[in-house]
Design a protein around this ligand. Structure first.
Ligand code: ZN
Ligand code: ZN
Length: 382
């Protein structure tokens, strides 16, 4: 015997289906509307080899991840442990007001990608982030698991800010606003990002294209290519530029990688600027590899980058502060140490600084004697 739904039951089912369909459409429409509103203004300018008039492109493409990739990640993910926010950090001395001695470079790791660099009388801050969450709203986005290693009020006068790209954990509007109000620094951003700053009342933004340079007193600053992408909403992917910053002063060239996947840009920077005195290299946000590989290097690849740049000293950044991916909070430094051992790179040349820890770069650091690299994905050996 088959059970046939009555006419009334069929009507109810149809009505429920309509309601469900309407609800889905409403939710998708709202998400698209909110995502569209959050999107940053895109770059408007002439076409170049890496800008087609609307979107920027990497030298080695980064495939765009879609909804199916996101769902696959969320379905399969096995996230590592991140304990609750740790409040108490070891007390650190207040940073020096400035560093004037020629050749001297002082590095203070605030945390995540925020580093205070002091050299030639200039105080620079990379990707300054002091917010408790990195996301579109004060209540949405990844929350901070470690307080900034140096309190905002303890920061010395900031002359220059270097921003690598517009992701929320790198371009933090509230922090940029506080800095603009307190110190009025110049803010060097990749092409297309000044409009977002101005929309939020932040002055001092100056745009650079890849390989474009500007001067600040004795320093020369250049934006170099990285392999990444940009976007703050659903409809602005790749519409503003991303990059690494190179600082040339009396102490030799310094490389700030921002966020990046592996690519030939490390060797290209080494060819153009010579061996680096210092490289700030990301070691976090790399798991799962199938999702993150193209836009975030692993600790292992950070060692490749250190060698490709011939960095006298590297400092690990972009780990342990915001949970952006699946590795555990303390995986990146542990995997970095293992990769350094495997590659026979002494740990004194690749520092993992504590929150707020400051060090002077060694004055006469030894350079690697010879670096050999296979052409495809250089696995370099000393
Ligand atoms: Zn990013
Ligand atoms: Zn990032």
């Amino acid at each position: 015997m088959t059970l046939k739904p009555t006419r009334r039951a069929r009507r109810r089912l149809r009505r429920a289906g309509l309601w469900l369909g309407g609800l889905c459409l409403f939710l998708l429409g709202s998400a698209a509307l909110v995502g569209g509103c959050l999107s940053a203004p895109g770059h408007e300018g002439a076409m170049t080899p890496h800008f087609d008039g609307k979107r920027f492109a990497n030298h080695v493409p980064v495939p765009e991840k879609g909804l199916s990739d996101m769902l696959r990640w969320w379905w399969l993910r096995k996230p590592g442990a991140w304990p609750e926010r740790q409040e108490a950090l070891p007390p650190r001395p207040r940073p020096e007001r400035e560093v004037r001695e020629p050749g001297r470079v002082r590095v203070t790791f605030v945390n995540h990608a925020t580093v205070l660099l002091q050299l030639d009388g200039v105080n620079l801050l990379t990707d300054p982030v002091y917010s408790d969450r990195v996301g579109p709203f004060a209540w949405a986005g990844s929350k901070r698991h470690l307080p900034p290693g140096i309190a905002f009020a303890a920061l010395p006068r900031i002359d220059l800010v270097l921003v690598s790209h517009n992701h929320y954990d790198h371009l933090d509007l509230p922090t940029l606003r506080r800095l603009a109000e307190r110190d009025r620094p110049r803010v060097l951003v990749p092409l297309g990002n000044r409009a977002l700053l101005e929309k939020h009342g932040i002055r001092g933004g100056e745009e650079l294209d890849w390989w474009q340079s500007t001067r600040h007193g004795p320093l020369k600053l250049t934006l170099a290519p990285s392999r990444h992408w940009s976007g703050r909403g659903l409809s602005d992917r790749f519409q503003t530029l991303w990059g690494a910053h190179v600082i040339e002063g009396s102490g030799g060239p310094i490389y700030f990688a921002g966020d990046t996947g592996w690519g030939p840009h490390f060797e290209e920077a080494r060819r153009r600027f010579g061996a680096f005195r210092l490289a700030l290299l990301p070691i976090g946000a790399y798991q799962p590899r199938w999702f993150m590989r193209e836009s975030h290097i692993s600790p292992d690849e950070a060692v490749d980058a250190h060698l490709a740049l011939e960095a006298a000293t590297s400092v690990a950044i972009h780990f342990g502060t915001f949970r952006l991916s699946d590795e555990a909070q303390d995986d990146p430094p542990r995997e970095l140490r293992a990769a350094l051992r495997a590659r026979k790179v002494v740990g004194e040349r690749f520092w993992v600084l504590g929150q707020g820890e400051a060090r002077d770069l060694p004055r006469a650091a030894a350079r690697p004697s010879a670096v050999t690299c296979a052409p495809a994905r250089p696995v370099c050996a000393l």
